[in-house]
Design a protein around this ligand. Structure first.
Ligand code: WT7
Length: 635
């Protein structure tokens, strides 16, 4: 692919940035013109953040899969689109050329269509990291169905909540999945979830582990058997559904400050343009790149930079089924060497965990194919940044620190590899189209530099959230009311003398645990479902590996004991999933509350951090004495 919008040097960046702010419509029309459309747009942008209402490329028609697949076939049909590294290193890797991937997506689209999936239907996808997961997303997009991927580590109850919220009549899963030496019985978990979802018409089951799942006659179908029927019927090409620019492409649930995850909605055209534009520019894509993104497709990083952005740009995407520490902590390095990865995009948590395993796992590994390194999901500490730079990049590979969110669809603030300067701990500068504003406590923009505030965005960008599924009011309240006229990210940030942004973390009641977002209210809800628990309060605390750990203060109805401790952990695993298990539980007699009954989390955070000196004023509490008790009993 020839990417005419690729920024080539620092001056180019300045020019592009200025144009994008001064004349956004012209700027994005020029970028969008490089994609393949069924019908051009009538209007580039219409927006009003007070509603909010955001429409990009209105009037245009397209199908994102024609951009990810069909348009590449002639010039690079034989180029690898997807390379898959299996969990077990002694199993064979699988490579799909663009032509082969297109065929697989067309087949899968027929499988869905032949079983009743139509444009606009919601399809939940609960799978491990197999190529068929990427294929399932693309097949939904090809027929215009709205996919909702549920991370393979979530519990049955989380699946049921999401299937209900989206009223999804279809689900795609697998018999099981492999992660390291664990086998996860996905279909069993799905069966448990669907007990409360009688409206589900079909469950498609991809066979990965070969365990024989329980199949409900009439409802459950094996992927391979359905695809065999497609072959028997002859015609494999599936004509892509013609979608309006603002038709929903997918829903992805993410945690907020209330107890219930919200379904972030992204639409076809803007998301496509944004993910592709940011992918090409941040990583400075070249034709022979092999892009290894270690995220799971269950999160936005996988959607945007394993599947959509990467394939729209015509690059080669390397996906990995397993975990970084199995069979040993050198696995990522083996994969990089085996497939000649040129870009390695990972999380600070993964880096810290591999650092902790020691340098012996890096000895003798071949890193020579690497050109660019990237970090995403949480602030990267300087130690991890330098380790990545020295031990993996051998000081030859620029590191991009990419700040963005599920809601932003793609990267918002980041250096451009080798083109704009980097600085450890700083995401640095906004991408073209991104207008960051820091707000003070009074809700006024902070104009000077070397100051911190709440990070907002003053203008729409093509990949931004359009709505929250089934509840548009929630979108407005969560992102557009704290600072009227702005999108509020929920993060705090510093801006230094050069205008570089340093993201300092969430300022709301959302935790970032190993790069995964979890609401404190959501965890408290889960803990509250454990018999014997009266009330709980959850806060984050600094954790060497996870970035943030989960600290739960719990009031129990009886003498607390080890069995309640275990029961709480099990309940949280059942309600949300293992990622939400508290690292520490402290049983308390009372919680610090104001006279109006509000829990003073600020105090609990200080105690959880172990910062007993800066607890601050507690005289306004209903029962100040409880603070000393909690301090004394710190877990
Ligand atoms: C939250 C979004 C973006 C895809 C993965 C996470 C934090 C993300 C960075 C970064 C500091 C970061 C923020 C943000 N975050 N990237 N480079 N530096 N913090 O997506 O689950 O929607 O979480 O992750 O706190 O709000 P997500």
């Amino acid at each position: 692919m020839n990417h005419s919008f690729q920024i080539k040097n620092a001056q180019d960046y300045q020019v592009a940035y200025r144009k994008s702010i001064e004349a956004p419509e012209l700027f994005w029309a020029t970028v969008a013109a490089t994609f393949s459309w069924r019908k051009p747009w009538a209007r580039v942008l219409r927006w009003d953040f007070r509603k909010p209402e955001i429409a990009w490329f209105e009037g245009a028609q397209l199908n994102i899969t024609e951009n990810c697949l069909d348009r590449h076939l002639q010039a690079q049909g034989d180029k690898p689109a997807l390379i898959w590294e299996p969990n077990n290193p002694s199993d064979s890797a699988r490579t799909f050329s663009y032509r082969q991937l297109a065929e697989a997506v067309n087949e899968c689209a027929w499988m869905l269509r032949n079983n009743g999936v139509q444009k606009g239907d919601r399809v939940c996808i609960y799978m491990g990291m197999v190529p068929e997961l990427a294929i399932a997303l693309l097949a939904c997009a090809r027929i215009g169905a709205i996919h909702s991927v549920i991370f393979g580590g979530f519990s049955a109850q989380s699946i049921a909540d999401r299937v209900h919220d989206a009223q999804a009549a279809f689900l795609i899963t697998a018999d099981g999945s492999y992660r390291g030496n664990k086998e996860i019985p996905l279909k069993e978990i799905v069966d448990e979830a669907l007990g409360s979802c009688p409206f589900v018409k079909h469950v498609f089951v991809y066979r990965r582990t070969g365990t024989v799942p329980n199949m409900q006659p009439g409802r459950d179908l094996f992927w391979d058997e359905e695809v065999a029927k497609v072959h028997a019927a002859g015609s494999l090409f599936f004509p892509a559904e013609v979608m309006d620019a603002e038709d929903p492409l997918f829903i992805l649930y993410t945690s907020g400050s209330t107890g219930k995850p919200k379904g972030v909605v992204h639409t076809c055209a803007g998301y496509m343009v944004w993910t592709t534009y940011t992918f090409v520019n941040v990583f400075q894509i070249r034709p022979d790149d092999v892009h290894f993104c270690t995220a799971d497709i269950g999160w936005i990083t996988g959607h945007s930079y394993i599947v959509y952005g990467t394939l729209c740009a015509g690059a080669t995407s390397l996906m990995f089924e397993g975990v970084p520490t199995w069979p040993d902590a050198g696995r990522f390095w083996d994969i990089i060497a085996r497939h000649g990865a040129s870009i390695f995009y990972t999380s600070p948590t993964a880096i810290r965990s591999l650092m902790a395993h020691g340098l012996s796992f890096l000895k003798g590994k071949d890193f020579s194919s690497l050109r660019v390194l990237g970090s995403v999901g949480e602030p990267i500490n300087e130690e991890a940044w330098h380790w990545l730079d020295e031990q993996v990049g051998h000081k030859k590979c620029p590191i991009v620190d990419t700040w963005w969110q599920t809601e932003t669809g793609g990267i918002m603030i980041s250096n451009l590899a080798g083109v704009t300067p980097s600085r450890p701990g700083f995401a640095t500068l906004p991408l073209p189209g991104v207008k960051p504003v820091l707000m003070n406590e009074k809700g006024q923009p902070i104009l000077g530099n070397n100051l911190s505030g709440n990070l907002c965005l003053a203008a729409p960008w093509p990949g931004m959230i359009r709505s929250t599924w089934g509840d548009p009011q929630r979108c407005r309240e969560a992102y557009f009311t704290a600072y009227p006229g702005y999108y509020f990210s929920g993060d705090g940030s510093l801006r230094n003398e050069k205008g570089f942004y340093r993201i300092t973390g969430r300022v709301d009641d959302v935790l970032n645990v190993s790069g995964h977002r979890l609401g404190t209210a959501e965890i408290e809800n889960a803990i509250g479902q454990c018999p014997g628990v009266v009330e709980s309060a959850v806060v984050g605390f600094p954790h060497d590996l996870k970035g943030q750990g989960i600290y739960a203060f719990v009031i129990s109805s009886s003498e607390q004991d080890a069995s309640l401790y275990e029961a709480i952990l099990n309940t949280v695993t059942d309600v949300i999933g293992a990622i939400a298990r508290p690292d520490k539980i402290q049983f308390v007699r009372g919680l610090p509350k104001t006279r109006s009954g509000k829990i003073m989390r600020r105090i609990l955070r200080k105690i959880a951090e172990g910062d007993m000196e800066h607890i601050g004023d507690i005289t306004t509490l209903l029962e100040p004495a409880v603070v000393d008790e909690i301090k004394a009993g710190r877990a």
